[in-house]
Ligand binder design. Structure first.
Ligand code: CA
Length: 220
């Protein structure tokens, strides 16, 4: 899962990034509203954490522009203590959740995970796909109750496929949600990891649609 963090307080921004990465996210960071708006509008993220008090372009304006462009990613806004008008303006502009500073880092991570799950149409923290179960808060995937031994990258791919089960996920879409903006997105390594995943999760669950992408079959 890929997260965008737009926050001008560099210490807070790096603390957030570290906490998100520890929970299995890849993160991109922007320190002003203009850059944040650009990244959110041109890259694919599963969630954005957006400070409202930003240089360049105010957070509310960033969010308004994203929504005007039809960008639907879940957005969690960060507001200053006691400024409830900010919060209301944020929700009106299309925010999905908020955290008031100072907040606990793990709480923001948890809320971000919840937003992603809800956005994918899953109301419970455990997502099932056939014999597989993903505990999205612990980042653990089990098959028939036994935890699979997966690398961080394998977990990211499989959990993305589980969030979007029963539909075709293209390699481009996968790569957009697995890598940071600056890294090379190579399809070859995705293919290799999918091959390994197939052996680890068992036959028949992950189908390859030639030229289209992958489907995690979780029916029946
Ligand atoms: Ca700020």
């Amino acid at each position: 899962m890929r997260a965008l963090i737009v926050e001008d307080d560099s210490l807070l921004s790096s603390q957030l990034a570290t906490a998100m990465q520890a929970a299995g996210f890849v993160t991109d960071r922007a320190s002003d509203g203009t850059e944040g708006e650009f990244l959110g509008a041109t890259e694919s993220y599963d969630v954005a954490i957006l400070d409202l008090g930003l240089p360049g372009l105010p957070g509310i304006e960033v969010l308004t522009r994203w929504r005007d462009q039809g960008i639907t990613m879940p957005v969690l806004i960060l507001t200053a203590r006691g400024d409830w008008t900010d919060k209301v303006a944020g929700f009106r502009a299309g925010a999905d959740d908020y955290a008031v500073k100072p907040f606990r880092l793990d709480e923001v991570v948890l809320r971000a995970q919840t937003l992603i799950r809800r956005a994918a149409g899953h109301a419970r923290p455990v997502i099932a796909a056939g014999p597989l179960k993903l505990d999205s808060q612990l980042g653990v995937i089990t098959r028939d109750g036994t935890a699979l031994k997966l690398t961080a990258f394998e977990t990211r791919i499989l959990s993305y496929l589980m969030h979007h089960q029963n539909r075709i996920v293209s390699r481009t879409e996968l790569s957009e949600h697995l890598y940071e903006a600056e890294t090379d997105r190579d399809f070859k390594s995705i293919e290799v990891v999918i091959g390994r995943l197939r052996r680890k999760v068992g036959d028949g669950l992950i189908e390859t649609r030639r030229g289209e992408g992958y489907v995690l079959r979780a029916v029946g």
